[in-house]
Design a protein around this ligand. Structure first.
Ligand SMILES: [Zn+2]
Ligand SMILES: [Zn+2]
Length: 329
């Protein structure tokens, strides 16, 4: 899969290498996915960032977002952005659905922003959980699919244990019902919704505070892949590894070389970029991240981490949100 760019003048439409001329029957994933020349992945993403406001971190109902890919697409079309990335947790299924919708819109003559196939991988280092964004500007998603399936299995094991704990606590939920009500990548938020449907809690926040957060009675830690291994896997599959929201890990505002040292350790194992602008960042945090990323030669990216209205205070970026001064030299 490549950056999905609406066909227009000067753009070469082509499918996988060596696949010959493209036909309608090849479908959107082959026919509509377009190479932006023969530039390396990092440069392709940097060019997109330079071309106008983008939002490279969006979730759909394929993971824990509330909106379907079609609903997200409607929002993206109204946003005025030049590019966007669907980056669900541990699954590319939302990307595939979005690509199909884009293809239909293009067939109707509707110009669409560029779609960057992406996935947000749950990883850990010795100090805690870390989210790694992988951008597939040049294809490679087939190579990472088996890795993502393993991620799904570890999620499944954990989800079942959480449901067992809830049953022991006297709040049984049917995990099969949770599975049926969710998208591809199932997590605690879907169990929270099941607790609401059962009438045990009034809202998601209460579900987490009473049962599901770390330290609460139904919390079960999840087996997570090490971030070094995840970076290596992303690189081997042709993806671009970018660290998501470092401020969430308490890495900002610590002074001295705290942030730089942590990023540097990841650069040594292949990290290519860092999410400098995030929906939760203060301007000070964004400036600190931009300076550190620039010093280390990392690609600087921007993403709202939009999940729809289930994340308070967060909104999707639009053409009004132009952060290029922070992201480019
Ligand atoms: Zn995240
Ligand atoms: Zn996210």
């Amino acid at each position: 899969m490549r950056i999905y760019h609406a066909p227009d003048d000067g753009i070469v439409v082509r499918g996988p290498a060596g696949s010959g001329p493209l036909r309608d029957s090849d479908g959107p994933l082959a026919r509509g996915l377009v190479a932006r020349g023969d530039v390396p992945p990092r440069e392709a993403l940097e060019r997109l960032i330079a071309s106008g406001p983008v939002d490279l971190h969006l979730h759909t109902s394929a993971s824990d977002g509330l909106e379907s890919p079609a609903q997200l697409m409607y929002r993206v079309l109204r946003s005025g952005l030049v590019g966007f990335a669907v980056s669900d947790h541990d699954t590319l299924s939302g990307v595939r659905d979005t690509a199909i919708i884009l293809d239909k819109l293009n067939q109707l003559g509707i110009k669409t922003p560029d779609l960057v196939p992406a996935v947000e991988i749950s990883t850990r280092d010795v100090e805690g959980g870390r989210h790694l964004l992988a951008y597939y500007t040049h294809g490679g998603e087939a190579e990472i699919e088996s890795f993502l399936e393993t991620q799904t299995l570890t999620r499944d094991v954990r989800n079942r244990r959480i449901c067992e704990r809830l049953a022991e606590l006297g709040f049984p939920v049917d995990y099969e019902e949770v599975v049926l009500s969710a998208g591809h990548s199932i997590g605690r938020v879907h169990i929270a919704h099941a607790l609401i449907r059962k009438g045990y809690v009034p809202d998601v926040q209460t579900a987490f505070e009473r049962f599901l957060s770390s330290g609460r009675p139904a919390y079960v830690p999840r087996e997570r892949v090490g971030i070094r291994e995840a970076i290596a896997t992303v690189l081997a599959s042709g993806g671009l590894p970018v660290l998501a929201h470092p401020a969430h890990y308490g890495w900002c505002g610590r002074g001295g070389s705290f942030l730089r040292e942590r990023l540097e350790a990841l650069v040594e194992v292949g990290l290519e970029g860092v999410e400098v602008v995030h929906g939760d960042n203060t301007p000070e945090q964004a400036a600190e991240l931009a300076a550190a990323a620039k010093e280390l030669g990392l690609l600087r990216t921007v993403g709202s981490d939009w999940h729809s209205l289930n994340r308070q205070g967060r909104r999707m970026f639009t053409s009004e949100d132009d952060f290029r001064e922070l992201l480019l030299d």
